[in-house]
Design a protein around this ligand. Structure first.
Ligand SMILES: CC(C)(COP(=O)(O)OP(=O)(O)OC[C@H]1O[C@@H](n2cnc3c(N)ncnc32)[C@H](O)[C@@H]1OP(=O)(O)O)[C@@H](O)C(=O)NCCC(=O)NCCS
Length: 181
């Protein structure tokens, strides 16, 4: 899918290939340095090397029940989205969402376009019907994005996150049923 950003640059939402591994890794490492809203710390992300990133991309290429999308802004990976079908058969109608965009691209509609593409994929999927995730209660931008898509907040896990500086944050549980079960 091709779009234009407010800065005039061209955005393509697409699945990555192995050739994108270095750019995806660069984006991942930068994200973990820029934001505390992800589960990975920079120290943990540095454990990923090019071979691990290639294997990560390949695992999605071989999996019809998992989705990996990248936001390609004229050759730079500006963000990504993953949807992973839950592991157990009793929860195969559920998929866990992860999404992140580089700081310099925030508020340009990239998160909205990634999420729109993921929802379309679920609409077409034969088994998956529900998207779910947990988000830090302090992550107002992300919660606003999810509210825009009518995701429902179901409650909180108090102190679900301990940040590297020792501070605590609550997790908000959210989900949306994309199509009838
Ligand atoms: C959350 C994230 C993916 C959003 O991506 P994005 O490309 O900036 O999203 P969009 O531009 O499509 O939409 C952002 C929305 O937040 C709104 N917003 C911006 N700043 C805000 C703030 N301080 N408080 C509340 N809403 C805010 C924007 O107005 C926009 O909503 P609108 O379309 O109704 O105007 C991005 O900020 C990010 O990667 N953050 C760090 C990682 C992260 O938090 N991932 C989610 C983990 S659950």
């Amino acid at each position: 899918m091709r779009h234009f950003l407010p800065n005039g640059k061209q955005l393509v939402i697409r699945t990555p290939g192995i050739r994108d591994a270095q750019h995806c890794l660069d984006c991942f490492l930068q994200l973990t340095q820029e934001t505390d809203f992800l589960l990975y710390t920079y120290a943990e992300a540095k454990g990923f090397d090019l071979a691990a990133e290639e294997a990560f991309i390949a695992s999605y290429m071989n999996h019809p029940n998992h989705l990996f999308l990248v936001a390609d802004v004229e050759g730079e990976i500006a963000g990504s989205l993953t949807l992973n079908q839950n592991r157990f058969s009793k929860q195969q109608h559920m998929a866990l969402l992860g999404v992140a965009v580089l700081h310099k691209y925030w508020n340009m509609g990239i998160g909205r376009r990634l999420l729109t593409a993921a929802i379309r994929w679920v609409e077409e999927h034969p088994v998956i019907s529900v998207i779910h995730f947990e988000v830090l209660s302090t992550n107002e931008r992300a919660i606003q994005l999810y509210r825009n898509f009518n995701f429902t907040e179901h409650g909180r896990i108090p102190q679900g996150i301990r940040q590297p500086d020792g501070s605590w944050a609550d997790l908000v549980v959210m989900s949306k049923r994309i199509k009838p079960l």
